[in-house]
Write a protein that binds this ligand. Structure first.
Ligand code: PNW
Length: 441
């Protein structure tokens, strides 16, 4: 007989389950200097030599700024009930502050919301998906604690101007990646090294202020949900027989593991700040892609190294292997660790690189198996899973990898100036999965 995690579970999500697909402003919009938009740290980073593969940038990206109708057309084909997109902060507030609101920029999101409404697709809006206004980076970006107020002011503009039409908000996308890749390793914008803990500290405070603002000033009239989206891989010990690998796996999933960091002082929250931050979530927003194997490194600092099992099927991204079993396990971990919160999976998906093949069996395989593991987490493990989001709607600017890694359900033909969105086979498969509420698997 097949082991339990390899057997297909036949069942369904509740009727109210939210099926979505996602994008992010910098990755798809283009029009980097249109109609008064300010520059972002990614505009600058992508125009700096050697930062992005093939010197790609997102000046044009998928040209979504000019293709609302095309984007909504493909969303309709997917039969999603929801669409997750992000707002470009410098498109709305060119210098990062609410001294000047760029109405033309805001208008783009109004027109997108109009088109989604006409298609009966509910918006899920991320306030910050990594494109910080360059003007704010000039004063330290996430290293400068005044950003907490700038972010709250920006959130205020979006809640007051878009909030009557948006009932699902995500404050920050993956603060862990922002802090570690943007301010720790420096491989993402703004390319700063060694400042991850102060960046993380201010990201958390900024999120909490935006949540409180919504809670105090908008919730009663607008009645939406607001939370943060965090990412985590699942982890298994490299050798289940080595206690040190098992310990490393435990550390990997612990939020307070940086307490063990001894090389430099960590910013700490005051008791008042802790009180202010605690509970600032209406749901658990979660991005998940893969599993890693853990082993100990740098024991003085209680570090954890990670690797992969060579039998795991690869993707177009070095860090992403096909490991559906880990999805069920981490969803169960979230239930047990955080008291069974309502969970929305806000990203899950796979990439390819190289030659174009619209028959993307690796992606169909990935979605079928990951979604079935999510179904098991819900039906068998009792995880309160409320929604699932495929990353991504279409091939787009994959950050430091440029256009070389493609996560889309739709292929974007970049050699054709009209940038047509062409369905991969996985797109119709995802639509069938949605139509049957996952039962068809
Ligand atoms: C997420 N890693 O980022 C982002 O939210 C998306 O914008 C992005 O396109 C997608 O995942 C695919 O990468 C990640 O290196 C970036 O482990 C890097 C990693 C994980 C997630």
């Amino acid at each position: 007989p097949l082991p339990d995690d390899e057997k297909t579970l036949y069942g369904q999500f509740p009727k109210t389950f939210k099926w979505s697909t996602a994008s992010a402003a910098y990755q798809i919009e283009g029009s980097w200097r249109a109609h008064g938009k300010g520059l972002s740290i990614w505009d600058k980073f992508a125009h700096t030599p050697l930062r992005v593969s093939n010197s790609d940038n997102a000046d044009i990206a998928c040209d979504s700024y000019n293709k609302i109708d095309k984007d909504v057309e493909v969303l309709k084909r997917l039969k999603v009930s929801h669409y997750r997109f992000s707002v470009s902060w410098p498109r709305v507030l060119p210098d990062g502050t609410n001294n000047h609101i760029n109405e033309a920029g805001l208008n783009y999101y109004h027109r997108l919301l109009d088109a989604l409404e006409a298609a009966n697709i509910q918006p899920q809006v991320t306030l910050y998906h990594w494109d910080l206004p360059l003007a704010l980076q000039k004063v330290g970006g996430w290293e400068n604690e005044t950003i907490v107020h700038r972010f709250r002011d920006y959130a205020d503009v979006l809640f007051s101007r878009l909030g009557s039409r948006v009932k699902f908000w995500i404050t920050l996308n993956e603060p862990y990646i922002v802090a570690n890749l943007g301010y720790g390793y420096g491989t993402f914008a703004p390319g700063i090294v060694g400042k991850q803990y102060i960046a993380a500290h201010n990201l958390i405070k900024a999120h909490a202020e935006a949540w409180h603002l919504y809670n105090d000033k908008y919730r009663a009239t607008q009645g939406g949900l607001i939370s943060i989206t965090i990412n985590s891989d699942w982890v298994e010990p490299r050798s289940p027989y080595k206690q040190e690998d098992v310990d490393a796996a435990k550390r990997y999933l612990q939020v307070d593991r940086c307490k063990h960091q001894k090389s430099f002082p960590l910013p700490e929250f005051t008791p008042e700040e802790i009180k202010r931050i605690n509970g600032t979530h209406d749901y658990f927003g979660f991005n998940h892609y893969t599993t890693v194997l853990s082993f100990p490194v740098d024991l003085g600092n209680q570090g954890t190294g990670t690797t992969h099992d060579r039998t795991w099927i690869e993707s177009g991204s070095f860090w992403l292997k096909i490991t559906p079993f880990g999805f069920r396990k981490i969803l169960k971990f979230i239930k047990d660790e955080y008291g069974n919160p309502p969970v929305y999976v806000t990203e899950n998906g796979i990439s390819e690189r190289g030659a174009v093949d619209l028959n993307d069996i690796h992606r169909t395989h990935y979605y079928e198996n990951y979604i079935n593991q999510a179904l098991k987490a819900h039906v068998l493990d009792g995880v309160d899973l409320r929604g699932y989001t495929a990353w991504s709607l279409m091939d787009n600017f994959e950050w430091a990898a440029g256009y070389s890694e493609r996560f889309g359900l739709f292929f974007v033909n970049r050699s054709n100036p009209t940038l047509p969105r062409i369905p991969k086979n996985s797109a119709s498969r995802y639509a069938s999965i949605i139509t049957c509420n996952a039962h068809l698997l």
